[in-house]
Design a protein around this ligand. Structure first.
Ligand SMILES: O=P(O)(O)O[C@@H]1[C@@H](OP(=O)(O)O)[C@H](OP(=O)(O)O)[C@H](O)[C@H](OP(=O)(O)O)[C@H]1OP(=O)(O)O
Ligand SMILES: Nc1ncnc2c1ncn2[C@@H]1O[C@H](COP(=O)(O)OP(=O)(O)O)[C@@H](O)[C@H]1O
Ligand SMILES: [Mg+2]
Ligand SMILES: [Mg+2]
Length: 359
């Protein structure tokens, strides 16, 4: 009998497609019975395929409608992941709210998020009362995290003078010294991998007091222009060798907790270790469908995941995958309100190029 083959359609932005859909991944998947097929976003999704599974990272209501139509016409198809679940990550407040709701006990380590406030208008930005409990320096982040270059444009703000350059809606988050190294935890279904990356350097007491500009801007600090991130040379170059990793079981528990709470399979989160304590970890960012190609052995990890999904679906039906795509996650009205901020209201830090941090 001919081997049963499975079709997985992918809908990705061109840059993402280029980095993720590598020949090595396509070939490995094919050798294990899975055909990765590009979805033509100019045509109706429901008219393409047939797909056992749809993999996607696209934004907007049109795309959500395409997925809804696909779901109606293909009740057996799996959508990874549900657009409603992904939307939580498009807003830097709702993104981290889920962390505060996790209950994980660990003998020696604790976790949380940095102190932060959301600012919707200039008036509140300069209102000292709104700032109660928050200390300089702070990082100003655009409220919306929609994958645009603008949504990654941040500023380290040292004092009130630095506030003039900010354009709400923004999140102001306390900057926490963490030894210049960030931990990125990649999750693919049941797989969890933690790697080290370069981060912003610590800020000394003198720098806190002496900054003339009041603000320095930066963007995507943990991403290098060159691609050599996974080998020994990279770690030496970045002097990451000496940094101790967080306990694996602790990180895995957080990853599983986040996965269950968010109902997502493909994401990563950024963690820093608070230099004041050494056993206190802070989650600062969660990203949907991150740059997996940077993960060592990504082809095998992703192919294993694809096989797992289609086999579960084949054996026990779509419900068994745990990926019923239109299950809307429960959230309160406030979250619902702030996650639905489409359009050009994502805040813009409006920063001068000369303020860029050199690392
Ligand atoms: O492109 P890459 O490989 O740098 O991946 C980006 C991620 O880098 P990471 O894997 O965390 O190092 C990146 O993570 P950070 O936000 O930089 O922590 C984002 O996930 C980014 O997606 P988006 O622009 O937020 O939609 C990711 O960009 P897209 O590939 O999804 O455009
Ligand atoms: N609260 C914080 N304290 C210290 N450094 C931070 C903090 N928040 C962010 N950073 C630094 O800024 C970088 C970008 O912030 P992040 O929230 O991850 O945004 P992005 O979505 O663009 O990756 C992080 O990788 C880290 O180096
Ligand atoms: Mg990040
Ligand atoms: Mg991010």
């Amino acid at each position: 009998m001919a081997e049963r083959r499975f079709g997985i359609g992918y809908a990705l932005a061109p840059k993402k497609q280029q980095s993720f859909i590598q020949e090595s991944l396509v070939n490995l998947a094919r050798s294990r019975g899975i055909d990765l097929v590009r979805i033509d976003t100019e045509r109706s999704l429901a008219d393409q395929g047939p797909f056992d599974c749809v993999l996607h990272k696209l934004y907007g209501d049109d795309w959500k409608r395409e997925l809804a139509e696909f779901r109606v016409k293909n009740p057996d198809g799996v959508i990874i992941d549900a657009p409603e679940a992904i939307e939580r990550l498009h807003n830097r407040i709702s993104m981290l709210q889920v962390v505060s709701e996790l209950r994980i006990e660990h003998e020696s380590d604790t976790f949380g998020i940095p102190k932060q406030i959301v600012i919707y208008d200039k008036e509140t930005l300069f209102d000292r009362q709104a700032w109660e409990g928050l200390k300089f320096p702070v990082i100003a982040k655009p409220l919306v995290a929609d994958g645009s270059a603008k949504s990654h444009k941040m500023a380290l703000v040292f004092n009130h003078d630095g506030l003039d350059n900010l354009k709400p809606p923004i999140v102001l988050q306390e900057f926490v010294n963490h030894g210049g190294v960030i931990f990125k935890v990649y999750v693919v279904g049941g797989y969890v991998k933690c790697v080290k990356r370069k981060s912003l350097p610590d800020v000394s007491e003198e720098e806190k007091l002496g900054s003339l500009d009041g603000l320095m801007s930066f963007s995507q600090i943990s991403n290098l222009a060159n691609n050599e991130r996974t080998d020994d040379k990279y770690y030496k170059m970045m002097q990451l060798d000496d940094t101790e990793m967080p306990p694996q079981s602790f990180i895995t528990d957080i990853a599983r907790g986040l996965q269950q709470a968010m109902k997502l399979n493909l994401f990563n989160f950024d963690v820093i270790r608070d230099a004041r304590f050494g056993n206190r970890y802070l989650i600062i960012d969660i990203n949907y469908f991150p740059g997996y190609a940077k993960m060592p052995g990504y082809e095998t990890v992703l192919t294993d995941f694809f096989c797992d999904i289609v086999q579960k679906k084949e054996k026990d039906g779509v419900e068994s995958t745990g990926l019923d795509s239109y299950e809307v996650f429960s959230c309160d009205d406030e979250v619902r309100k702030i996650v639905s901020c489409d359009g050009d209201d994502g805040g813009d830090l409006n920063l001068e190029e000369e303020n860029r941090i050199q690392v």
